[in-house]
Design a protein around this ligand. Structure first.
Ligand SMILES: [Zn+2]
Length: 603
C-alpha cells in the first residue's frame, strides 16, 4: 500500500511539473523532458533520504555504533572508531538540537570522550568531555542525566585537582537533585574534596558570583504579577523591587516559556498558578525555583511569539499571536519588509501606561514558527572580546585590548540601532568576565540573526599590522592558528580540528559557515576601504578561517573581527583615539548592513 502510494505521488509530481512547464512555455523538447523526469526522480529520492534521517533513525544508528564499539576491545584500540561513534551522536544534536534525543546524544558524546581519555590519556579528550557535560547541564532543562553530568564534571575537576570547581558540582547535586541516584557518590566526593577547599575562599567566591549575577547582594522581592488579555495578544507584567537579571528559554511539550528572575524572593501574596485559558496564554505559574531564583512559566500555544522587555523593576512579557493573513509569497514579503521601518513593523499594541515605562524589544524569543508573519528588525549580538580578569592582549604602554573592544562595541551598537534600525545586544556592557560559552549561548537564547565578536590583534613581531576578519574553520596558516589560540585563552585550549570538522560536516552548519564567510567578506572589505581613505599604511590581511571557540557554539552566521594590532605602535596610537574607534565601528556596521541587504529578509 505504501509503495503504491509512493509511486502514485511520484507520477503525480511529474505530471504537475509537466503541466506547469507547458502552461508557461507551450513548447517542449526531448532533452527537457529528460531533465524533468530526472528532476522528478531526484525529488522522490530526497524525500526518502530525509525520512531515513529521522531523529530516531539517527539516534539508533549512533547507538548501534556505540554497542559495537563497547563490545570490541580491538575497535577500542583505535581512535577513529571512537570518533566515528562520537560523530554519529553529534549529528543527532546538530540536526535536532531541541529534541530529547539531543540531550541523550550529548551526554553520550561526553561519556565517550571521558572514556576515551581513560584509554588514551590524552588531556584534550578530558577537556572535550568537560565541555560536553557542561552543555548537557546548561543547554537543557534538568533531566535524569543532568545530575550524572554534574557528577562526572565534578569527578574530572577532582582528578585535575580543581577542588573548588569540583565541590561546586557535588554541592549542586545535593541541593538540586536530592532524590537522584548520584547523591551517595556526591556526598562521598564532597567529603573528600572539602579539606582541599578553604571555606573562606568558597564563600567569597559565592558572594562574588551572586553579585555578578544580580549587581546586588541582597535578593529583591518579586511582589506582583498582572496580566492583560487583548484579542491577539496578552501582556504579562512582573514587578520586582529593583531591576532583576533574567534568563529565559522556550521549551516544548507542553509549549512554554520560562523566565528565571535571578536573586529574587517570591512574595507569599503572589498567586502561584493561574489558568488563563486564552488564545495567547493558557496558564501562568510561578514558584521559588531555588533559594534566590523565582521562575515564571507561561504555557502558550505553539505559534505564539514572545517579546520580553525590562525597565527598572518592571518586566513585561508580550505574547503575540501571528497575524491572521493569507500566506504571502517571499517576494511580496520582501517588498513589504523594505517599505516598513522596523519599529513600525511590530504589531504590539501596548497600554499607554506600559509604553511609558518599557523600552522597545531588547530581547525576544522566536518560537520558530513556519507561518509567514511580518518580522521584527534583525537582532545582532555584538561581543566585546575578553573582560574582567581576562585583559586580552596588552600593549607595551599598557593599553588593554578588553577596553578597546568594549569602546568599539558600544559605538557599533549605537550605529547599528540608530542608523540602520537593527536591534542589538552586547554580551557585556562593562568590565566583567564572561566565559566564552556564555557569549554564544546569549546569541542562541535570543535567536539572534548575527554574531559579531570584536577584538584587537597582537603579535611578537612588533611591525605586524593590519585588519583581518575570521570565521570558524580550520586554520590555514600558522598565524591564524596562533591568533585563535590566543583568543581562546587559557581556559579553553582550542576548538580541536576534529571538532571543527564535525561542525563543518553537518548540514545545518554548512549554511552557517557559508553565510559567515560572506559576512566576513563584507565587513573586512568595508573596514579596509573606509579606514584606508583617512589613514596611511592600512594593511588588508583579508578574510581567514580559524578554530575560534567563541564562534563554534552559535547557531547563526558568526565572525570575529581583529581591528588592528595593539602591539604595533602606530596602530596602538590610533586605537587610543576616539575618532578612529568611531570610524572602525561605522565601517563594521556598514559591512553588516551590506550583508543583510544582500541576503534580503530570511523567511
Ligand atoms: Zn582578543
Amino acid at each position: 500500500m505504501e509503495v503504491l502510494q509512493t509511486v502514485f505521488m511520484k507520477f503525480s509530481h511529474i505530471e504537475r511539473t509537466f503541466k506547469m512547464f507547458f502552461d508557461l512555455n507551450k513548447i517542449t523538447s526531448c532533452l527537457l523532458i529528460g531533465a524533468i523526469l530526472l528532476f522528478g526522480v531526484f525529488t522522490e529520492a530526497e524525500g526518502r533520504e530525509s525520512r531515513a534521517q529521522s531523529v530516531e533513525g539517527l539516534y539508533q544508528k549512533a547507538q548501534k555504533s556505540y554497542y559495537s564499539l563497547k563490545s570490541s576491545r580491538k575497535k577500542q584500540a583505535y581512535r577513529h572508531h571512537w570518533m566515528a561513534t562520537i560523530n554519529k551522536f553529534v549529528a543527532v544534536y546538530e540536526n535536532y538540537p531541541s529534541s530529547s534525543y539531543a540531550y541523550k546524544a550529548l551526554f553520550n558524546v561526553a561519556r565517550l570522550y571521558h572514556q576515551l581519555h581513560g584509554v588514551a590519556k590524552n588531556s584534550n579528550d578530558q577537556e572535550r568531555a568537560l565541555h560536553f557535560y557542561y552543555k548537557v547541564i546548561s543547554e537543557f532543562k534538568a533531566g535524569r542525566l543532568t545530575d550524572d553530568s554534574l557528577f562526572y564534571q565534578g569527578k574530572i575537576n577532582f582528578d585535575r585537582k580543581n577542588y573548588s570547581e569540583a565541590l561546586g558540582s557535588f554541592e549542586n547535586i545535593l541541593q538540586n537533585f536530592p532524590r537522584g541516584d548520584q547523591v551517595a557518590k556526591a556526598k562521598k566526593f564532597k567529603q573528600a574534596t572539602a579539606p582541599f577547599v578553604k571555606t573562606k575562599v568558597v564563600k567569597s567566591k559565592a558572594i562574588a558570583k551572586a553579585r555578578a549575577v544580580s549587581g546586588k547582594a541582597a535578593p529583591v522581592l518579586l511582589g506582583r504579577i498582572d496580566y492583560n488579555q487583548k484579542p491577539d495578544s496578552t501582556q504579562v507584567v512582573i514587578h520586582t523591587g529593583g531591576r532583576a537579571k533574567i534568563t529565559h528559554n522556550r521549551l516544548r511539550n507542553p509549549d512554554r516559556v520560562y523566565i528565571n528572575f535571578l536573586n529574587t524572593r517570591l512574595d507569599d501574596g503572589v498567586k502561584k498558578d493561574i489558568h488563563v485559558g486564552g488564545d495567547t496564554l493558557e496558564r501562568l505559574r510561578i514558584s521559588q525555583f531555588d533559594k534566590t531564583t523565582s521562575r515564571l512559566v507561561l504555557e502558550v500555544p505553539k505559534e505564539i511569539k514572545t517579546v520580553i522587555s525590562q525597565k527598572g523593576g518592571v518586566t513585561v512579557v508580550d505574547l503575540i499571536a501571528p497575524k491572521k493573513q493569507p500566506v504571502i509569497t517571499a517576494k511580496k514579503t520582501a517588498k513589504k519588509e523594505i517599505a516598513v521601518k522596523p519599529e513600525k513593523a511590530r504589531f504590539i499594541s501596548r497600554s499607554k501606561k506600559a509604553r511609558a515605562v518599557v523600552k522597545p524589544v531588547p530581547v525576544s524569543i522566536s518560537p520558530g514558527t513556519k507561518r509567514v508573519v511580518r518580522r521584527e528588525a534583525s537582532l545582532i549580538v555584538v561581543d566585546p572580546g575578553h573582560g574582567g580578569k581576562d585583559n586580552g592582549a596588552t600593549s607595551k604602554r599598557g593599553l588593554l585590548e578588553k577596553e578597546v573592544n568594549l569602546k568599539i562595541s558600544k559605538r557599533l551598537k549605537k550605529i547599528l540601532e540608530s542608523r540602520y534600525g537593527y536591534r542589538v545586544i552586547l554580551t557585556r556592557t562593562d568590565d566583567t568576565f564572561i566565559p566564552l560559552e556564555g557569549r554564544g549561548g546569549m546569541a542562541n537564547e535570543n535567536s539572534a540573526d548575527l554574531f559579531v565578536s570584536v577584538h584587537v590583534n597582537a603579535a611578537k613581531r612588533l611591525s605586524a599590522h593590519g585588519i583581518e576578519t575570521y570565521y570558524l574553520g580550520n586554520a590555514n596558516s600558522e598565524q591564524a592558528q596562533e591568533t585563535a589560540e590566543r583568543e581562546n585563552g587559557e581556559l579553553v585550549h582550542s576548538v580541536k580540528d576534529n571538532q571543527v570538522q564535525q561542525i563543518l560536516a553537518s548540514l545545518i552548519s554548512t549554511t552557517k559557515i557559508n553565510d559567515s564567510a560572506i559576512l566576513a567578506g563584507h565587513v573586512q572589505e568595508r573596514l579596509h576601504s573606509s579606514i584606508k581613505k583617512k589613514y596611511s599604511s592600512v594593511k588588508n590581511l583579508g578574510v581567514k578561517e580559524g578554530p575560534f571557540f567563541v564562534l563554534h557554539d552559535t547557531n547563526m552566521p558568526s565572525i570575529l573581527v581583529e581591528v588592528g594590532f595593539i602591539t604595533n605602535s602606530r596602530e596602538e596610537n590610533r586605537l587610543r583615539k576616539s575618532a578612529y574607534l568611531d570610524r572602525l565601528a561605522a565601517s563594521i556596521a556598514r559591512g553588516i548592513h551590506e550583508f543583510k541587504k544582500d541576503r534580503g529578509p530570511t523567511i
